[in-house]
Design a protein around this ligand. Sequence first.
Ligand SMILES: NC(=O)C1=CN([C@@H]2O[C@H](COP(=O)(O)OP(=O)(O)OC[C@H]3O[C@@H](n4cnc5c(N)ncnc54)[C@H](OP(=O)(O)O)[C@@H]3O)[C@@H](O)[C@H]2O)C=CC1
Ligand SMILES: Nc1nc(=O)c2c([nH]1)NC[C@@H]1CN(c3ccc(C(=O)N[C@@H](CCC(=O)O)C(=O)O)cc3)C=[N+]21
Length: 306
Amino acid sequence: MSLSDDSRYLRGGPVAQRIIASVREDAAIATAEGFPAKLISITVGDTAAVDVYVRNQRAKAALAGIGFEERRFPADITAGELEAAIHGLNADPRVTGIIIQRPVPVHIPIKTLQAAVHPLKDVEGMHPASIGNIVYNQLDLAPCTAAASVELLRETGLDLKGLEVVIVGHSEIVGKPIAFLLMSEGATVTVCHHMTRSVAAHARRADALFVAVGKPRLIKADMVKPGAAVIDIGINAEIGPDGESRIVGDVDAESVKHVASWITPVPGGVGPITVAILLRNTMVALSRQRARYQATYGVVDKLAAE
Ligand SMILES: NC(=O)C1=CN([C@@H]2O[C@H](COP(=O)(O)OP(=O)(O)OC[C@H]3O[C@@H](n4cnc5c(N)ncnc54)[C@H](OP(=O)(O)O)[C@@H]3O)[C@@H](O)[C@H]2O)C=CC1
Ligand SMILES: Nc1nc(=O)c2c([nH]1)NC[C@@H]1CN(c3ccc(C(=O)N[C@@H](CCC(=O)O)C(=O)O)cc3)C=[N+]21
C-alpha cells in the first residue's frame, strides 16, 4: 500500500480544520460582542526554524477571524529590551495573546521571557504559573504541540486509560507536557531522554510512542511494538535524494509503517494541529480576559446604586 492512501496514516489536516471551524465561530461571536481576538508573535534573531510556523499562524488566524501581528527583533537585542516590549503588549488591551517563538538567541534566558508574559495572555501555557495548571489537571490550555500530539492519539480511538505510553524527548515545551496531559487521562507514561540506557527497550513496550527529539530516523521498525500508534513530532530539514531540501520527522516512516497500526506523517501530522490549538488557546485566553474584565467592571449597577 502506498503511503498516501494508507488509512493507518493519522492526518492532522482534518482535525485542524475541525478545530479552526469551531474557533472561527467563537471568534465571530466575540468580535460581534466587541472583543476581537488578536495574537502577537515574537521572533528574535535568525528565524529559519520558525518561519513555516509563523507563516501558518498568519494564514490560519486570517481564516479563523483572529488578528495576527508578527514582531521581529534583532538577535543582538538585550533580554531587558525584550521584556520591556512584552510588558508593553501585556498592557495593551487590544492584544489577546503573546507567543514567543523558540529558539531565542543563547544570551536571552527563555524562562525570563516566558515569565514576562502576563499569565492571562500566555497562549502557550508556558509561564511558570501556567505550566503548573496541567499538573493540577486543568487541561483547557496546554502547550500547543503537546496538546496537538494528544489530539492525534485520540483520533485512533484507543482507550487512554491504562495505555502504555512512551515519550522520547523531555523538553519543557513538548515531551514533559505530553507526559502530564496523558497522566491526567489515566495512561501509564515512561519518559526517555538522552541519558536513557536503552530507548529501544522502552519504545518496544509502547502501545503509543511519541517522539520529539529532532533526529531524523531515530526510531526504526525494530523499536516499535506491532500494532502501536506512533506520533512523530520531529521536524528536521534535510537534503533528499533529489538534492532538494525536504522536511522529515524523527521516525523512519518507510520501515515503521509496516509495523505500526497508526503513524503520523511529517509534514501533515502534528504540525497543522499545533497551529489550530494555538488559535484555540487564543480564544481561551480571550474568555479568561473577558471574565476578568466582567469581574472588575461588571458591577456598575451596584456602584451606581450605592
Ligand atoms: N510539530 C510541532 O509543532 C513541533 C515540532 N517540534 C520538533 O520536535 C523536535 C523536538 O523539539 P524540542 O522538544 O523543542 O527539542 P529539544 O532540543 O528542546 O529537546 C529534545 C529532547 O530530545 C532528547 N534527546 C536528544 N537526543 C536523544 C536521543 N538520542 N535519545 C533520546 N532522547 C534524546 C533531549 O534529551 P536531553 O534534554 O536529556 O538532552 C531532549 O529532551 C524537533 O525536531 C522540533 O523541530 C518542536 C516544537 C513544535
Ligand atoms: N514557542 C514555540 N512554540 C512552538 O510550538 C514552536 C516554536 N516555538 N518554534 C518552532 C517550532 C516548530 N513548530 C511548528 C508548528 C507547526 C508547523 C506546521 O504547520 N507544519 C506543517 C508544514 C506545512 C508547510 O510546509 O507549510 C506540517 O507539518 O504539515 C511547523 C512547525 C512549532 N514550534
